[in-house]
Write a protein that binds this ligand. Structure first.
Ligand code: ARG
Length: 575
C-alpha cells in the first residue's frame, strides 16, 4: 500500500535519525506486509541488530516509542518477531477512499509525458496473422492504452513485413492467382505455394528474380502489383483488428518498406564508425560479446552477398527514424521471445553506432507461445490451420450460448452486443492475465468460465453492480459526493483494494506486464464479492451506511471498468 507508506516515511525518518540509522539503511526494507493480519506495511528490524547491538524486537519497540502518537491518525503499530508493523486505521482509509470517490482518474497521477513508440502486431504480408501476432496485438494494445492513460505520447507502429527478396516470387504468384480470381486467394497457403513454385519451376524462379530487381528499382507497374498484394493482406489484418477492437488502423502502418531508402544510410553510418567488415562477401558487424556455438564471433548481417539487406538492417534504420524523426524517448518491441537475440544484437549495434544515445530506452517486451490443450504450439486443428478470425468468431458464438443459458430474457440485439464483449474479452484476458513470459494454454472452458481469473468473472462483477443501481432510485453519479465509511473488515479490504489501483498501474508500466493489472483487477473483484456477500447494500439499517456502501459499489464498478478498459476489454452493464 504505497499511499500508506508515503505517509509513514516522514515521521519514520525522524525516528530513525534519532537511532542514527541513515535513510539508505532502512528505506528499501520498508514494504508491503505479507502478514495482512498484523499490518499493511512492515519494517523488518533484523538487519539493524548488528549495528545497534540490540535484539530486533527491542529496536522495533524503541522506534515505536520514539514515534509515540506521531502516526496515530494514520495507522496502528504493532511488533511481531522483530517486525515493526503499520496497519492502516479505518478512519484513515475512510478519508482516502472518500477523496478517491470524486476523482475521475481514480488516483492515477499523470506523469511527465514521454514519447514512446510501441512496435506491435507486425504481421507479414501474403501470410495469415497467426496466434503469435494475436499476442503481440493484444499485449501491445493494452500497453498503449495504459501508457496513454498515464499521460504519455504513444506512437503505435505496425511494422508489417512488406519488403524483401521474397516479394519477387510473391508478386509473380499473385499475378497468377489474380488471373483466376482474387477472392480465392488463401493467405494460409499463399506463401508456401509461391515458395514451392520458386523452388521447382525454373521459369517462375527466373521471373521472380527479375521481379525483385524491378521492385527495387521502383518500376511503376511492379509497385502497383506490390501495393495490390499489400492491400489484399491488409483487408484481412484490418478485419482481425476490427473484431478485436484494438487501436490499430492504417495510420499506424510503418512496414519494412518504409525504411528501405534508409538502408544505404545505415551502411554508411556503420562504415563511418568503423563497425562494418566484409565477411564471405557480406557486410557484417561483430558486436562485442556475441559468439556462436563454435565460439566464433557472431555477426549481425547487414548486407548479404547478393546485395540484399537483412531484417536487422531494417530494424537499425527503424531506430534511426524513431530517434531522429519521431523524437522518441522510449521504444518498446512487443515481439515473441524467439526474437530476443535479434533485438539484443540490434540494440547493441545501434548504441555502438550512436543511432541512439544512452538516454533512450529500447526494450524488447517478449512473450511466450500459445499452446493447444494437447500441450503443443497452437497452430492447427485436425490438420487444418486455425485462422484468427475463426478463433474470434468461435469465442463470440460460445459466449452467445452462455448468455442464452444464463439470461434467456435478454433481447436479441443486446445479446449479440454483449456476446461480442464477452467472447473477445475472454480471449484477450486469457492472454493478458498470464505473465507474458510464460506460454499460455488456450482453453475455451477456462477462459469463458464465470468463475476464476477470467474476463467474464470481472465483467460479471461490474454488471452486478450496475444491476444494484437498477434496483434503486439513487443514481450512480450522485454517489460520488458521498462519504465512504469504512467500518467492517469487508469494507476495509475492498477500500484498500481500490486505493491500490494507481500502484498497480505503475507496477504494470514498470514491468511492461499487463498481467499485473489483471491480477489486481481479479483481487478487486474477489474483494467485492466478499463485501457484497457480507454487507447488505440496499437493505442497510441506516441511510448513511446505505449511501456509503452504494458509493463503494459505484467506485468499484468504475475501477473495474477503467481497469478492464485499459486492457482493451469492454464491460457490459447487463449480462
Ligand atoms: N514481422 C515480424 C514477424 O512476424 C515481426 C516484426 C517485429 N518488429 C520489428 N521491428 N522487428 O516475425
Amino acid at each position: 500500500m504505497r499511499e500508506l507508506l508515503n505517509e509513514i516515511v516522514p515521521s519514520l525518518s525522524v525516528a530513525m535519525e534519532k537511532l542514527e540509522l541513515n535513510h539508505d539503511q532502512w528505506v528499501n526494507l520498508l514494504g508491503n506486509s505479507t502478514d495482512k493480519l498484523h499490518g499493511d506495511i512492515t519494517l523488518p528490524c533484523h538487519t539493524f541488530s548488528k549495528i545497534l547491538r540490540k535484539s530486533p524486537n527491542d529496536i522495533a519497540i524503541e522506534i515505536a516509542n520514539i514515534l509515540g502518537s506521531e502516526l496515530s491518525e494514520i495507522s496502528d503499530i504493532n511488533i511481531v518477531n522483530g517486525f515493526l508493523n503499520f496497519k492502516a486505521k479505518n478512519s484513515w482509509i475512510s478519508k482516502k477512499i472518500s477523496s478517491l470517490n470524486s476523482d475521475p482518474r481514480l488516483g492515477v497521477e499523470l506523469e511527465n509525458s514521454k514519447t514512446i513508440v510501441i512496435d506491435y502486431s507486425s504481421p507479414n504480408i501474403a501470410k495469415r496473422m497467426h496466434v503469435g501476432h494475436l499476442r503481440s496485438t493484444v499485449i501491445g494494445d493494452a500497453l498503449s492504452r495504459i501508457l496513454l492513460f498515464k499521460g504519455h505520447n504513444v506512437v503505435g507502429e505496425n511494422h508489417i513485413g512488406d519488403w524483401g527478396t521474397p516479394f519477387g516470387m510473391l508478386i509473380e504468384h499473385f499475378i497468377e492467382c489474380d488471373n483466376n480470381n482474387v477472392g480465392d486467394i488463401d493467405l494460409s497457403t499463399f506463401y508456401k505455394e509461391a515458395r514451392y513454385k520458386f523452388d521447382n519451376i525454373d521459369d517462375f524462379a527466373l521471373r521472380s528474380r527479375k521481379r525483385v530487381v524491378k521492385l527495387q528499382s521502383r518500376d511503376p507497374e511492379t509497385i502497383d502489383l506490390w501495393q495490390n498484394l499489400v492491400d489484399y493482406s491488409l483487408v484481412h489484418f484490418n478485419s482481425v483488428y476490427q473484431m478485436l477492437g484494438v487501436l490499430l488502423d492504417d495510420d499506424n502502418l510503418a512496414g519494412e518498406s518504409m525504411f528501405e531508402e534508409l538502408l544505404p544510410e545505415v551502411v554508411k553510418r556503420l562504415e563511418s564508425k568503423n563497425l562494418i567488415v566484409e565477411s564471405e562477401g557480406a557486410l557484417v558487424v561483430f558486436p562485442d560479446g556475441w559468439y556462436n556455438r563454435e565460439n566464433e564471433p557472431l555477426p549481425l548481417i547487414i548486407r548479404k552477398g547478393d546485395g540484399g539487406y537483412n531484417y536487422a538492417t531494417t530494424d537499425l534504420a527503424c531506430i534511426i527514424n524513431r530517434v531522429e524523426s519521431i523524437g522518441c524517448n522510449e521504444m518498446l518491441y512487443v515481439v515473441g521471445a524467439e526474437q530476443s537475440q535479434h533485438f539484443s544484437m540490434v540494440f547493441q549495434v545501434a548504441k555502438d553506432a550512436e543511432f541512439m544515445g544512452e538516454e533512450i530506452k529500447a526494450v524488447h517486451v517478449p512473450f511466450g507461445l500459445v499452446m493447444g490443450s494437447d500441450g503443443k504450439k497452437l497452430a492447427s486443428r485436425e490438420g487444418k490451420a486455425i485462422t484468427l478470425k475463426e478463433l474470434l468468431e468461435e469465442s463470440v458464438t460460445r459466449a452467445e450460448k452462455l448468455i442464452l443459458e444464463k439470461n434467456p430474457s435478454m433481447p436479441d440485439s443486446d445479446r449479440s452486443k454483449v456476446s461480442r464483449m464477452i467472447g473477445i474479452g475472454a480471449i484477450k484476458y486469457a492472454d493478458l492475465s498470464i505473465d507474458r513470459n510464460k506460454n499460455y494454454v488456450f482453453d475455451w472452458n477456462k477462459m469463458l468460465s464465470f468463475d476464476g481469473n477470467t474476463a467474464p468473472y470481472l465483467q460479471y462483477a461490474h454488471a452486478r453492480i450496475c444491476s444494484i443501481f437498477r434496483r434503486t432510485s439513487i443514481s450512480r453519479e450522485s454517489t460520488i459526493d458521498s462519504e465512504i465509511l469504512v467500518v467492517n473488515d469487508f469494507e476495509k479490504s475492498l477500500s484498500k483494494s481500490i486505493i491500490g489501483f494507481s500502484e498497480s498501474i505503475d507496477e504494470t508500466i514498470n514491468s511492461y506486464s499487463p498481467h499485473r493489472l489483471a491480477v489486481y483487477l481479479h483481487h478487486l473483484a474477489q474483494d467485492f464479492a466478499s463485501f457484497y456477500e457480507n454487507c447488505p447494500v440496499l437493505v442497510s439499517d441506516d441511510e448513511n451506511t446505505m449511501n456509503s456502501r452504494l458509493a463503494l459499489c459505484n467506485l468499484t464498478a468504475r475501477t473495474l471498468k477503467t481497469g478492464l478498459g485499459l486492457l482493451g476489454i469492454e464491460t457490459p452493464e447487463n449480462m
